[in-house]
Ligand binder design. Sequence first.
Ligand code: THU
Length: 161
Amino acid sequence: MKQNEYKFSYEVYDAIDELNEDDRYLLNKAREATQNAWAPYSRFRVGAVARLKSGTLVMGANQENASYPAGICAERVLLSSAGASYPGDPIETMAVSYEGDGVVSDHPISPCGICRQTLQEFEQRTHHPVRLILAGKTGKVYIIPSAGMLLPLAFTGDELV
Ligand code: THU
């Protein structure tokens, strides 16, 4: 028997002002993008903004539906938009923030399982890591070098004939 170990490391900053100017700008845009959420059911609004390799910015915000499973997370709204409007232009960095009624937005949240799967495939198809900046409206900021790191032993299209 052999024991395998999976480790990944990420950066933790105490606050947004420790980031470089580009990252600060992107995180502030993600914080603003929470306003574009349609979240009358959860009242939890997530904003995402990505900078593509070309420099173009792409936005995402969660879009819910009265038929709950039809709702879509901010991250996947963004990935669909980037894939549809800018094919062949990889994502360099995506920032994600949130707010919610009665929620204290003072720590990072991390993408859900379905978004991790979608992020992983986006990286694979663009041959480029998606660097993630995760933070609330205040507080610590996490920077994860590649979203795929959040999904060890991922199921990928390589398994399908
Ligand atoms: N949500 C996102 O948009 N991104 C995340 O990373 C976590 C959850 C959305 C889905 C749903 O509209 C609401 O937040 C509550 O789960």
